[in-house]
Design a protein around this ligand. Structure first.
Ligand code: SF4
Length: 491
């Protein structure tokens, strides 16, 4: 589609509004109508004109020859800053899409990934009630989503309050998977293809962990949570897992640790010896993620396991003594429908995991689903209904929502929500989503986020994405990590 911007530079937010309704369309932005070279059947125009005492905000949307427009005039000195003008223009365009397509989105004109954080910031400035009103009246968020945000806000606030200025979390990346799921664009390598990279990868990862541990001790930082994610951490051998866990144990002061998670992930990689190794290092929380319990859907998304594999892995983990298990589901998968999603949900609830995370399928550009053109926007409404039903059933089953984020280009514009039984909230998830404190990250694709305690300023250090690069340029990884010390010394 074509987006023409006149008199302002708020293209970023307006492009995001377009993607809410047209997640698969490429948006071509122009600042001058004369320069439009793309032939679009969908054209949006967003204009800001300055008069002597007024600003004129004008939006126009033409889809297949049908044109709609909206105009608003505001006083130049009426207290509107750039942020307000950007929001008003975004909401105008949102309303035009709603008018054309005949449906609203439950998150209204919010495009950001952290709506709860946004609500928290508003609430700190103007109070909870007014912040909720703002969400409803100015950003057109539905009552249901506002109520979800408010529930999460209460729980998150308690978790955030436990963090201190010297607190940090540790993330370890194991970017390998048994095979590539069709909906995934994550830079993970299949274990078969990457087999020869893995031993050196583990060796380097342990070195990076040791180096990071030494820096954290020198700076007297306080480790609160550890999260080993991927990829699929359990796609490496039990022995390799042991090496990584041992490096963490040796390198960090774990005396203040409140949570240790291993995202075991795919049930087809979980074996008794791996679970026993994980348990022997006092990992309290694991995640076993089938995404759906419908075997046809699992086959359709390229996951080489069955629903029974999930039940087996879950029961094995429980038998070994894991008392804090999370399970992930995805709403909106191809070949799934509301009945089958609900059956998956009931199957998971029947095992009573301590937490359940319900994601919405996102259109990832390089995923097989998108490249093979196997997604349709119609799925969006279905996914929204699946999310609604998960909210009802999980609440009825004793779970509380404790963290939430949105991805761009999800089917139906809905969210990903973590649900937990009281006391089993995944603390790391809250800290990373709220950007509460520093996350020191090790491994390929890992991103360290340094968070300055007094003003929340964030600096990022990026590791190389691919394991082969991580291995071949490992010295640079250690050099980059040197920023951690400089950052804290400058605080
Ligand atoms: S297991 Fe997870 S990270 Fe690996 S390919 Fe599937 S979705 Fe992507």
């Amino acid at each position: 589609m074509v987006l023409i911007i006149k008199g302002h530079r708020f293209n970023f937010e307006l492009e995001n509004i377009c993607r809410l309704f047209l997640p698969l369309e490429k948006v071509y932005v122009y600042y001058d109508e004369q320069e439009v070279t793309q032939d679009g059947s969908i054209v949006a125009v967003s204009t800001l004109k300055e008069g002597s005492d007024k600003l004129v905000l004008y939006s126009e949307l033409t889809i297949e020859g049908r044109k709609e427009c909206l105009e608003e005039r505001i006083l130049k000195n009426g207290g509107c800053d750039d942020k307000d003008i950007e929001r008003k223009l975004s909401v105008q365009l949102y309303r035009l899409f709603v008018k054309h397509y005949g449906f609203t989105l439950s998150w209204g004109a919010i495009t950001g990934v952290r709506p709860v954080k946004l609500l928290r910031q508003f609430a700190a400035e103007i109070g909870r009630e007014k912040a909720a009103e703002w969400f409803k009246d100015e950003l057109l968020v539905s009552d249901e989503k506002i109520s979800l945000c408010l529930d999460i806000l209460n729980i998150e606030n308690e978790i955030i309050a436990l963090s201190r200025p010297e607190s940090f979390s540790l993330y370890i990346s194991i970017p390998f998977c048994p095979s590539r799921c069709d909906y995934c664009s994550f830079v993970s390598h299949t274990v078969e293809k990457a087999a020869r990279l893995i031993p050196l990868y583990i060796e380097n990862l342990c070195k990076e962990i040791e180096y990071t541990g030494a820096v954290s001790r020198e700076l007297a930082l306080r480790l609160e949570t550890v999260y080993i994610g991927g990829g699929t951490p359990t796609s490496i051998s039990a022995e390799q897992l042991g090496l990584v866990l041992d490096a963490i144990n040796r390198s960090f002061d774990l005396s203040n640790l409140r949570e240790f998670t291993v995202e075991a992930g795919r049930p087809d990689t979980i074996t008794e010896d791996k679970l026993r190794v994980i348990k022997s290092f006092n990992v309290g929380r694991i995640s076993i993620n089938p995404q759906t319990l419908n075997d046809n859907v699992l086959a359709a998304i390229g996951r080489r396991h069955t629903a029974q594999d999930y039940y087996n892995a879950f029961n094995l983990a429980s038998k070994i003594g894991f008392g804090n298990i999370n399970t992930d589901l995805i709403a909106g998968l191809p070949e799934d429908d509301i009945d089958s999603f609900n059956q998956s949900l009931e199957g998971v609830i029947s095992l009573s995991p301590e937490s359940v995370t319900v994601h919405t399928l996102a259109f990832k550009k390089s995923s097989n689903l998108v490249t093979k053109n196997r997604v349709s926007f119609e799925k969006g409404r279905q996914a929204a209904k699946m999310i609604d039903s998960s909210i009802i059933r999980l609440k009825e089953s004793g779970y509380r929502p404790y963290y939430l984020y949105r991805q761009s280009k999800t089917v139906g514009g809905t969210e990903n929500t973590g649900w937990a039984k009281p006391g089993f909230e995944g603390l790391y998830n809250v800290y990373i989503m709220d950007e509460t404190h520093t996350i020191l990250a090790c491994g390929a694709g890992a991103v360290t986020k340094l968070c300055r305690p007094h003003d929340g300023f964030i600096e990022r250090i990026f590791n190389f994405k691919f394991p082969y690069e991580y291995n071949s340029r490992f010295d640079e990884i250690i050099l980059r990590k040197g920023r951690v010390k400089l950052f804290y010394e400058g605080c």
